[in-house]
Write a protein that binds this ligand. Structure first.
Ligand code: ZN
Ligand code: ZN
Length: 184
């Protein structure tokens, strides 16, 4: 079964996944970025999800593509990052809180990404959001060689030279030089 969903909030009911599987395409997912601080959508966000029943479990293969604007931690300028990532989840119904996760499931989920769904509903946007978050860098840098802002005058050193250099005290050696001058 193939479906395209445009602009709708999408939940998939585990019970509705047919035996032959379910393939969904998503367009206009920009809203999944709305709550991400410092991450702005710069283009269409799209994705695909393929659900397959395997025994009593559901395998989910997916992909998400986005272009986002991030704020550089050093120079505070916005820069563009393209995200294009594929992922795999084992989908499992969330056990009751007072029930332990079955041992065989705990073992199987150790080296796999597990999405625990509740009330039989899989929230597709949550999955896309999580995958985009995983692709975002720990530190935002517009470039490895970003020079950042001058702590003295605040100019973006990637764009222009510092204009305050001559006013900054000369550091520890200034004292030595003055001593030498006064001693000579
Ligand atoms: Zn930068
Ligand atoms: Zn400066």
């Amino acid at each position: 079964m193939n479906k395209t969903n445009i602009g709708k909030k999408i939940h998939v009911s585990a019970a509705d996944i047919p035996d032959e599987g379910l393939n969904l395409s998503f367009e206009n997912l920009e809203r999944v970025l709305i709550d991400m601080e410092g991450c702005r959508s710069l283009g269409p966000v799209s994705g695909q999800l393929s659900f397959r029943k395997v025994g009593n479990k559901i395998h989910l293969h997916g992909r998400v593509v986005a272009r986002v604007g991030l704020c550089c931690d050093r120079c505070l300028e916005e820069y563009t990052q393209d995200i294009s990532t594929s992922f795999f989840y084992l989908l499992c119904p969330r056990p009751d809180f007072n029930r332990e996760i079955p041992k065989e499931m705990a073992l199987e989920s150790e080296d796999m990404e597990v999405y625990w769904y509740e009330d039989g509903e899989i929230h597709c946007e949550d999955i896309f959001r999580e995958q985009i978050l995983l692709e975002l860098p720990f530190r935002n840098l517009c470039s490895e060689v970003c020079k950042g802002l001058c702590p003295g005058c605040g100019v973006n050193l990637n764009k222009q030279g510092c204009v305050c250099k001559q006013d900054v005290p000369d550091g520890p050696f200034a004292v030595l030089r003055n001593l030498r001058i006064s001693g000579s």
